[in-house]
Structures are given as C-alpha cells and as structure tokens.
Write a protein that binds this ligand. Sequence first.
Ligand SMILES: [Zn+2]
Length: 493
Amino acid sequence: MFAAHIQDNRPQATAHLAKTMSYLQLPATELEAALMAELDRNPALELVDELRCPGCGKRLRRLPCPTCAAPTGDGAPVVFLSPRQPGGLHEIEGGEDDLPETSVPERLDEHILRQIGPALAREERPVAAHILAQLDENGFLTEAPAEIARYKHVALSLVQRVLDLVQHADPPGVGAAGPQASLLIQLDCLSETSSAPPAMMHLARLLIQEHFAALGKMEYERVARRLRAEHGLHLMPGTIETAVQFIHRNLTPYPARAHWGDGKLPAADTAALRNPDVNITTLASDGGSALSVEVFAPLSGWLRVNPELKAAAANCSGEDRERWGQAIANAALVTKCLQQRNHTMRRLMQIIAEGQRDFILGGDGDLRPSTRVQIAQALGLHESTISRAVAGKSVALPDGRIVPLAKFFDRSLAVRDRVRQLVEAETDPLADDEIAAALAKEGLQVARRTVAKYRKMLGILPASVRGRQARTHLATRPHNARLTAVALATPPA
Ligand SMILES: [Zn+2]
C-alpha cells in the first residue's frame, strides 16, 4: 500500500523536484527572466506588484524585512531573503546614505553581451550567457566548447559561433582558452584595424604560435635560429626584440584584466562581475561584528495563483475545467518551487556565513574551504543540490569584493594565496620544491608539481627565469625585453 501511495504521487513529486532543481541552478537575474516567461505562458500565474518579504510573506513598506532581518544580539549572522528590485543591487541600496554610485563599473559580461546581443539568435542567447558566466578572472574560458554543447543540449557549431562572437568583441581575446590563444585572436582583430607592416604581423603570429614559451624565457637567439631553419627567415639582429615589443604594446595576455583591472572591484573577481545573488554587510547596530546576509529573491513582486481564475475554474465543467485545472496546478507548482529555491539558498548562506566569517571579513588566506559533501550533510540535502545552488551565483562581500559563491568551496585558494606571498617575499627565487617545503612547515602538504600548477595559475614564472629576470633588471639590460617577459608571463598585480 505504501508503494502504491508513492506511485500515485510520483509524477507530481518528480515535476516538483525537477522544477526546484532548475530554479536552484539559475542565478537570480536569470531566474527572474524564466519566471517572467512563465507568467507570459500561464494566465493562472499572477505577479502582484507589492513589496513583500519572500521569507515570511509579510507586506513591507521598506527593506529589509524588520522581522526576518532583525539582529539576534548574540553576534550570529542574520540571513534573510530580500526581494530583488528592478535594476538590481543599485536600486535597493539607492537610499541617502549608501554606496557611491560609481562603485560598480559595467560588468565585463554585460559589456560583451551589449555588443554581441544583436547578432545572437534566440537559441544562442542562453549559450552566450553560459559562456560569459564561466569566464575566469583573466577572461579565459576553461570549459571546452564540446562540454558546453553537451551541457546546454545544443550543436557544437552553435557553441563555436557564439564563442567566436565573444572572442572578437571588445576586449578581443576574452573567451579564449588561455594567453596564447587569446593573443592570436587579438592579433586577428588588430590586423583588421592596424596599419602595421604585414611582415611584422606575420612575425608576431609566428612567435606567439610556435615560440610562446621561449618568448617568456627571452630565448631570442634560439628562436631566431629556429625561424631560420624552419621558415627560412633571415632576421636582422634585434628584429625579434622589436616584434616582442610590438606584441607588448598592442596585445595583452590577460584580456579581462587589461580592461577591468582598475575598478574598485579587484580584477581577480571579473568572472563574478554580475548582479550579486547575495549581499553580505556588517550590522552597524551590532557594533559591526555581526554579519547581515541578504539573499536576493528573483522577483520584486509577489507570485501567486490568480484567485479569480481559481474561483472561475471551479465553476467550469468538462474540457475547460481540465484545462484551467492544469494551468492552476502549474502555477501552484511554480510558486512552491520558487519558495523552496529561496529557502534552500537562505539555509545554504546561513551555514556559509557561520563557517566562513574569517574569509568574509578578511582575505583569501583566511578561506577554510568547505566541501559540497560537508554542506550537503549539514543541510540534509543531496550533494548535487548544493552544486546547483552554488552554480553561477555570486556574493558581494563587506569590503566591496564580489566573488563567485563557488570560491567558498575552493580548496586550493588558501594555498595559492600562500604561494603568491612566499614568492613576493623571496630574496632569492624559491624553486617549487622549496616552496613545497615552506608550505609543509606551515602544515600544508602540497606536492611539488601541485606548487608548479598553482604557480602557473598565478602567472608566476619558474624560479630559474625569475632569477634571470632579476639579474636582467639589475644590469638594466634592454628595458623592453624585461617588460615583455613580464607582460607575457605574469598577470599585472
Ligand atoms: Zn520577513
């Protein structure tokens, strides 16, 4: 009998779960668009234009909800849901005593979407949104196009077309897989607009395409020998230096940083330059010690099943009754799943705010990453549910940083930060095994090859090259050569 009971409810339960999961996976801005489409489709669903707390449902005159956002007094974080206002964070905070208006520059994803938007077909838009959301701090796309095609259930050629648009928008080279690919795309764009001699363009392309690693190490003589052997190029002495200088002047290995590195928000968080889904501040009334965590719900209004339509449907008969009944059931499902999504986001942020207070108020080195499994167990949810809740969301921190929610789960971040500090403080260049040994002394067990991987992620050259760079610098050898090596290999600080 129990089995029969489950059987009966399965279609409904499955629909509920699937919808909740799909809502959970979307950032608030995208979910807002999805809900608006649902409103267009379903006349039984109604958006009441009044300000209500998405947590307790109380009508509000002003934000935040005085009940849900009340300080607890014991220093615990206050985590509450907040209706998203049209225009995002700015509008909500647009009071008298709030953020200066200049604090948020146009986001990189918005900037690119604004340019490519008109060229996108309807079915290409979600792919563009996905690509832009996946860009890392340097503007690179580490996900393979085939992976995106599979994930979004679209043809690979469609992904490639969208990616091509992204890569050739301003700043060119965003969306490439790495610095080398990015430089080649930038060179393409440059050749369309620049009056540089074709021979220079050609040499620059050869250098980037075939001798990228050697350039970083300034092995110009070796490169000249190989160009002679492999391409029959007989270059005048100093030509490669000139070409490298040309690359340095016109191209940048880290396209996102070049354009977005000067704003208030640190360049490292470019990927998360979007309307944050969560806004964390400190509670002034609590002496600034307690955290106030505002989890944005996707709508500013109140979503409900249209009561008149519901009443009218009850008086219908036959086919009409069934049709309206279905619409009403769907509308009820949407409101229920939305509530559940909001509820899960709030619980997730509660546990993160409690566990990550040091990182929220401090820096990357204070991160004590959680695993999705730990959080899933603490909340009694499945790990995949946590993954969906984390996907694509971003968090504004009290000091103005906006970071991907996934950052709270980044195990390597604290170690990477320590590697960077060690290299910055070195007097003689530390080899990777020496860095590993230094980390081990601090209780961080990291393999040498992992150090090498983190070092590359940080854009730090190997110790042997760092040593040569320092000597070059001291001897004030050709200034441009040193700059180029830095530009090709190290992201600007
Ligand atoms: Zn409330």
